[in-house]
Write a protein that binds this ligand. Structure first.
Ligand SMILES: Nc1ncnc2c1ncn2[C@@H]1O[C@H](COP(=O)(O)OP(=O)(O)OP(=O)(O)O)[C@@H](O)[C@H]1O
Ligand SMILES: [Mg+2]
Length: 371
């Protein structure tokens, strides 16, 4: 018996965890071990003058409620304790009630869990960052495949045309023209791939490669590439773009015009599509106008968001074209917006400063900038 008491006394005094014996009614600290003195920074005599309420950061009412629960059924919980110098530290408490020397007491074993909490935060941050990296990767793959699909389709259509011409023993000059178009498309595809990979490497920053660009030439180029698609849907394309020069990223603005044109052809019900542009001081305005199904006013903003589509339709698509378009336009410090009447048609207007600021970082470091 004597032996047991000695062991208990030894354990109490030398335990690495803090042990407090607390008056279950008033919260006075009746006894404590050496670990408590070290943890709270009070000499034992001083600690025995305190109440548990002074070591806790929560309001007294919730501490009392916990004491009541600990006394009746025992309680394990995490909380925060305060040292003599005001510092706080997270703890895990295991507390249960009992009668000691005729007084109702709480016996609390308290473990400093600062290190555990730090590791938890670190682990959560690591998890969040790897989830973020995975999401970015997924989004990059979606965007890359969205942007590469059109040129690859064009390329294969042109090669099919070339094959037909060879079968028909077309004249050399004609073969040469089509071959050059194929080469041009292949070069464009390769610079688009470079652009996509560069942006992926630059982690969230959309860096523009500014060049002197003739907008009318660029638009004509896009229309030429989409000619087969326009013929397929039966839309006549009218271009009214005067020679306007600006300093923009050619590949990116090409993506913008291509995405808007693809939509105009896709949602345009085979009606004519117009592309117009003009200059307004330092700004250049480009509009793609269709007479298609239109967009409801409440969807004007939403459709520029990622994976947002105005309505579930039989038209295929991911809902990425306008999202990519807006990212690129905003990286040029421009704006893109839609005005539309359902059943009548839509006008997508892009406004660009004639000279885009040189080193541009996407306003929002979203994954979209990972183009
Ligand atoms: N010219 C348009 N006329 C009518 N609705 C349009 C037009 N352009 C876009 N929309 C609406 O906006 C939505 C978003 O367009 P967005 O280009 O981002 O995606 P998508 O065309 O559905 O798919 P994709 O990722 O292949 O481009 C479309 O689903 C469509 O509902
Ligand atoms: Mg689209």
């Amino acid at each position: 018996m004597q032996h047991d008491a000695e062991i208990a006394g030894y354990l109490f005094e030398h335990a690495r965890d803090i042990i407090l014996v607390i008056d279950a009614g008033h919260g006075a600290i009746l006894d404590c071990n050496a670990a408590a003195e070290t943890a709270y920074g009070y000499p034992r005599a001083e600690l025995l003058q305190r109440t548990i309420f002074e070591l806790r950061v929560e309001p007294p009412r919730s501490v009392s409620e916990q004491m009541r629960l600990a006394d009746t059924a025992g309680l394990q919980f995490e909380t925060v304790h305060r040292c003599k110098d005001g510092r706080t530290f997270p703890v895990e408490v295991s507390s249960s009630g009992g009668t000691f020397a005729g007084c109702r007491c709480l016996f609390s074993i308290i473990r400093d869990i600062t290190e555990r909490k730090r590791l938890e935060v670190e682990r959560e941050a690591l998890l969040a960052s790897s989830q973020n990296a995975l999401a970015l990767r997924e989004e990059f793959l979606m965007i890359a495949s969205h942007e590469l699909r059109t040129p690859v389709t064009n390329l294969s259509l042109q090669i099919q045309q070339l094959c037909r011409l060879i079968d028909r023993r077309a004249v050399r000059a004609h073969l040469r023209v089509v071959s050059e178009a194929v080469l041009h498309e292949a070069n464009r595809l390769s610079s688009l791939i470079d652009t996509l990979l560069d942006a992926q490497r630059s982690k969230g920053q959309l860096t523009l490669e500014l060049d002197d660009v003739d907008l009318s030439e660029l638009v004509r180029d896009v229309i030429m590439r989409l000619r087969v698609r326009a013929d397929q849907v039966g839309s006549k394309v009218v271009v009214d773009v005067p020679p306007i020069r600006g300093r923009w990223d050619r590949v990116r603005i090409d993506q913008v015009v291509t995405n808007l044109m693809l939509n105009a052809l896709k949602y345009g019900r085979g009606r004519p599509v117009r592309v117009v542009a003009d200059e307004d001081g330092p700004l250049v305005r480009l509009e793609v106008i269709d007479q298609g199904i239109g967009v409801k006013r409440e969807d004007f903003e939403r459709i520029f968001d990622k994976f947002e589509r105005a309505m579930p339709t039989h038209y295929g698509g991911l809902g990425l074209g306008l999202f990519i378009t807006r990212q690129i336009v905003e990286a040029h410090h421009g704006e893109v917006a839609v005005v539309s009447v359902p059943g009548v048609g839509s006008t997508f207007r892009v406004t660009l400063p004639r000279v885009a600021p040189a080193a541009v970082v996407s306003a929002r470091p979203t994954a979209a900038a990972e183009l």
